[in-house]
Write a protein that binds this ligand. Structure first.
Ligand code: GDP
Length: 436
């Protein structure tokens, strides 16, 4: 029953896509369980770069089937484009390779317009949404007015739901948000019916497939998007995404029991980044932050926005480990730390002079924490060619050992560059997923 959930344990962009790609060599199924096309993964295989937004990175493995579980929100127009761009580089996205749960909520053009109009109307404290309509689509799910993938495939139902939603959304856009974006029923319906024809073969019973794969001892991998600290319930609210990003949500979304999970693997950048607004205690506003951004190429895959950069934050990592049940860490982008004389690690926080044992629930308080740092020696060597722990300089190995000590978690792998070959899985509990 080899079931693993891979989650980002910071604010996203930890390099999950690349690690999932590496770990899916023997997986039969790779399942996305939350988020939408706001999440971008970049996977590089033998120098060849593929950008993925919605389709799990397992698609690059010819024997792997990829699924979108019910908790995902799906923009059918983006999916059409993503499938076309993958097929243009000879990555097959046939219904045998890719399936979509009927329960998946759709993101429609009015969701994007609402997202953009709301963000524009927010005077201060912009959340920094990607304006992809993710939040408004999740809202419709909760208010039970959403249009789901199964509705897209049922024309009379689609017509009824679309008419009802459009009347409300057009009115809301104009009267409440002051936007002049309006959507015309017939042209949107026609576009959707074309997509319905294209996507009908992809309809899948995700829960049945997942449970059957688990029962027959196949390897199943769940791929999280964004990061734990962006979780709608446990993250730095309101500067969070609209879904639960924690590992437990994989069960709820894909419809299988928590007793089936073998391992939760936490992907952790060797430093820390964040996109958009919100608290970021270990952010470095100086030269080091700029260097991390430049060397780490910290610009969003989807938005192109520069990411805020800073140091590894042990308090945040420990919180994420607890919230997810992480037992293995994979430290990514270690190569980006090469060249620093000293590397800082945020080890604890104080707030109003008191030492904290966790991040406070209020973002206002997190903004005010003071971070206690520890400095460890850096290294100058280029480590991008390292293929085992032994290939790393002593200082890099000490840094990894120190992360293990401070977090109390095994570092079962690390990566030293964007390529699949630059991912090194060193710990036995994770190795089983990595090699046939
Ligand atoms: P994800 O959303 O967590 O999958 O992360 P992204 O794909 O948005 O961001 C990770 C970026 O870092 C991608 O451009 C990767 O190609 C790149 N990357 C991943 N691992 C490494 C690494 O170990 N070193 C370097 N230099 N880049 C990496």
């Amino acid at each position: 029953m080899p079931v693993a959930i891979v989650v980002g344990i910071q604010w996203g962009d930890e390099g999950k896509g690349k690690v999932v790609d590496y770990l899916t060599e023997r997986a039969s199924l790779v399942v996305r369980f939350q988020g939408g096309d706001n999440a971008g993964h970049t996977v590089v295989v033998e120098g060849h770069k593929t950008a993925l937004q919605l389709i799990p990175s397992g698609i690059l493995r010819p024997d792997c089937r990829c699924l979108l579980a019910s908790g995902v929100v799906l923009n059918p127009f983006s999916l059409r484009d993503e499938i076309a761009s993958l097929q243009a580089v000879d990555v097959e996205v046939s219904p045998e390779r890719f399936g979509i749960a009927g329960e998946v909520q759709l993101i429609l053009p009015y969701h994007r317009a609402i997202d953009a109009a709301r963000e524009a109307n927010r005077s201060g404290g912009k959340i920094g949404t990607t304006k992809k309509g993710i939040g408004p689509a999740y809202e419709d799910s909760v208010t039970r007015s959403g249009i789901r993938f199964c509705d897209l495939l049922n024309q009379p139902r689609l017509e009824e739901l679309l008419a009802r939603n459009l009347e409300f959304k057009n009115n809301y856009l104009k009267e409440v948000l002051g936007s002049d974006e309006q959507f015309e029923y017939q042209s949107l319906l026609d576009d959707l019916l074309k997509l319905a024809d294209q996507f009908k073969p992809y309809l899948a019973n995700v829960s049945a497939e997942v449970n059957s794969a688990i029962e027959t001892d196949q390897y199943v991998m769940f791929e999280g998007a964004q990061g734990c600290l962006l979780d709608i319930s446990h993250g730095t609210y309101p500067f969070v995404t609209s879904s639960n990003t924690v590992a437990g949500y994989a069960c709820a979304s894909a419809g299988f029991g928590p007793n089936r999970v073998d391992r939760v693997i936490g992907i952790c950048k060797a430093y820390c980044t964040r996109v958009g607004g919100g608290p970021f205690p270990t952010e470095d506003h100086g030269e080091a932050g700029e260097t991390l951004c430049k060397v780490g190429n910290e610009f969003g895959t989807v938005t192109g926005r520069p990411r805020r950069c800073g140091w590894l934050d042990v308090m945040a990592v420990k919180r994420a480990m607890r919230l997810n049940g992480v037992e293995s860490l994979i430290l990514t982008k270690l190569d980006v730390l090469s060249g620093f004389d000293k590397i800082k690690i945020g080890v604890s926080y104080t707030l109003n002079g008191e030492v904290l044992d966790d991040l406070p629930p209020s973002s206002d308080d997190i903004e005010k924490v003071e971070v206690v740092y520890e400095e460890v020696p850096g290294w100058k060597d280029d480590i991008t060619k390292a293929r085992s722990l032994e290939d790393l300089p002593a200082e890099t190995r000490s840094f990894i050992a120190r992360v293990e000590e401070l977090t109390g978690c095994a570092v079962d792998g690390f990566s030293v560059g964007p390529d699949r070959a630059q991912t090194i899985i060193s710990g036995e509990p994770v190795k089983q997923f990595a090699k046939v």
